[in-house]
Design a protein around this ligand. Structure first.
Ligand code: ADP
Ligand code: MG
Length: 297
């Protein structure tokens, strides 16, 4: 077990930020902590990284008690804070070396990380001159410079443009191959794109903790698609395995599919055959969507 939390409570005066959070993370899991703003995500992460010393409950990381062996635990935990504060005047390579020095690493993998994070052409650039996406790569590299077992990422994709988003997701997925990852987000699609487990937190309490796979199983497959112009619902209905079609907005449709076969390729073919362009196409997860929309509406 990478992490066991028992009944963690954190108050800021009158504000009950965490109201008895219990959870366990297994080694190698990529877990999405999903919740609206103010749910308690950052507070929980700050506790795990030792930023807050005063809180109630128990946290065991790698079989060590967080309240007793913080230093040892911090050697194995990487953390990218919300908004990724960086020293803007530093140069990329210099900044990573600086982080390595903070951990007193003898042979820090600075060059390796520069390569892995796609920063080779940027290593001698000043951080402030780079785009948000590249800054995020630097933040990720710095967070794992000491090769932690558990990586905690607080809203790592918030504020990125669509291209940057895809690149950063790719890097996070790669991280998940040999590390336990706990990332927070207030965007449902983020969890569906990156995680194998979702924990929904609201008002300081966990209200759902499930494998995405088990949420998908037995649930209807829904594909959300927008075309560049309107098409008759009946025409979409004729695609194999389609059970129901809803025209949700002007050119947007929800297509309900029978069975588990991924029907996205069939939708592409349909669009092509009918001279339509696809502007958006994504799988939706009915139950998760319902729960989450209920929270945020
Ligand atoms: P999230 O990251 O899910 O958006 P936070 O963990 O930042 O939520 O905040 C949870 C709650 O605790 C919010 O009501 C927030 O206003 C409050 N809170 C967080 N940090 C502090 C603080 N340092 N002092 C007072 N209240 C805080
Ligand atoms: Mg937050």
């Amino acid at each position: 077990m990478s992490l066991v939390l028992e009944n963690v409570v954190k108050n800021f005066g009158e504000v009950e930020a965490l109201r008895g959070v219990s959870l366990t993370l297994k080694k190698g899991e990529v877990v999405g902590l999903l919740g609206p703003n103010g749910a308690g995500k950052s507070t929980l992460m700050k506790i795990l990284t030792g930023y807050y010393k005063k809180w109630e409950g128990r946290a065991i990381l790698f079989d060590k008690d967080l309240k007793k062996e913080l230093k040892a635990i911090q050697q194995k935990v990487g953390y990218l804070t919300e908004n990724n504060p960086l020293y803007q005047e530093m140069y990329v390579k210099e900044y990573l070396q600086y982080n390595a020095d903070l951990y007193r690493l003898k042979n820090p993998p600075v060059e390796t990380l520069i390569r892995k994070m796609g920063l080779v052409g940027y290593k001698h650039k000043k951080i402030q001159t780079l785009s948000k996406g590249y800054k995020q790569r630097i933040g990720l590299a710095a967070a794992i410079i000491h090769d932690p077992e558990l990586v905690i990422l607080d809203e790592p994709t918030t504020g990125l443009d669509p291209n940057q988003l895809l690149e950063i997701r790719k890097l996070i997925r790669a991280l998940g191959k040999d590390k336990t990852v706990l990332l927070s987000t207030h965007v449902l699609q983020e969890v569906e794109a990156l995680c194998n487990r979702v924990i929904i937190i609201d008002k300081g309490k966990i209200i759902l903790d499930k494998q995405l796979e088990s949420l998908r199983k037995g649930k209807k497959q829904i594909i959300e698609v927008s075309f560049n112009f309107r098409i008759e619902v009946e025409a979409i209905r004729r695609i194999p395995y389609v059970e129901k079609v809803k025209n949700t907005h002007d050119f947007e449709y929800e297509i309900y599919i029978k069975g588990k076969k991924d029907m996205r390729p069939a939708i592409f073919d349909f669009a092509y055959d009918n001279g339509l362009k696809i502007l958006k196409l994504q799988m939706k997860n009915e139950s998760l969507e319902k729960i989450f929309n209920g929270l945020t509406s």
